[in-house]
Ligand binder design. Structure first.
Ligand code: SAM
Length: 225
């Protein structure tokens, strides 16, 4: 029976991929990618020449059925996202669930690799044995409720944020978490990698003074209540 691999890929630096991930991607029949153009860069770097097919959050049910059909034909597939571990604030869980439902005995194998949330925790200095991960915060509905929840959380809090919303988020955090420590891990494994820490007010002041740093990719961490 065919196998299905969920493969972690780099979150910036293309060297951050395991030997096993490179081997598996070289061996499968087809690679399912969030954006084939992004994954092609990685495949080219490692001389991997395998067919790709897009599978992303907008993919229709017909695409899901097509994938299930390919597995039924005995094809071995790998799933990757644009960066990091598929399904972590990325597409894939619906597909994995559907495969489990359709082929009860099929092996679905994790090929561990980077994830921004784990990398950020590892350099944050915050307790990381227990933490709560909120993914991306909602933009409107539920946002205030979530900040209230964060304000009460007795574990390290982690979430993903975009450069467009980071200032708005820090502004809200001032109100909800007071003097608790905020750590912002930015552009992990890339040229402008940076970790900034302080209270919400201090980190906000830093970005107001250094507006050129309000770009790239951010993970926000907050110390426990
Ligand atoms: N699946 C990915 C993972 O395992 O980390 C996360 C995908 S999610 C769509 C993308 C978000 O992850 C970005 O908006 C940012 O918050 C965070 N992220 C991804 N790469 C990052 C990096 N190199 N540095 C900091 N944050 C990053």
């Amino acid at each position: 029976m065919s196998k299905f691999y969920v493969v972690g890929t780099p979150i910036g630096n293309l060297e951050d991929i395991t030997y096993r991930a490179v081997r598996i991607l070289s061996e499968v029949d087809l690679i399912l990618c969030e954006d084939t153009r992004v994954t092609i860069n990685l495949l080219n770097k490692y001389g991997i020449n395998k067919p790709t097919m897009s599978y992303h959050s907008q993919s229709k049910l017909a695409k899901l059925d097509k994938i299930i059909e390919l597995i039924g034909e005995g094809k071995t597939l790998a799933l990757v996202s644009d960066a990091g571990t598929p399904t972590i604030s990325d597409p894939g869980s619906v597909l994995v669930s559907k495969i489990r439902e359709s082929y009860k005995d099929m092996e679905i194998i994790a090929i561990p690799g980077p994830s921004a949330l784990v990398s950020a925790l590892s350099v944050s200095g915050l307790p990381a044995s227990e933490f709560v991960f909120f993914g991306f915060l909602p933009h409107k509905k539920g946002r205030e409720t979530l900040f209230k929840e964060i304000s009460q959380t007795e574990r390290t809090v982690v979430f993903y944020e975009s450069p467009h919303r980071i200032m708005k988020t820090l502004d809200s955090l001032k109100k909800y978490i007071g003097e608790r420590k905020v750590v912002i891990a930015r552009e992990i494994s890339k040229i402008y990698e940076q970790v900034i820490s302080g209270t919400a007010s201090e980190t906000e002041a830093y970005f107001l003074k250094n507006k050129d740093k309000i770009r790239g990719e951010f993970v926000v961490l907050i110390s426990a209540k």
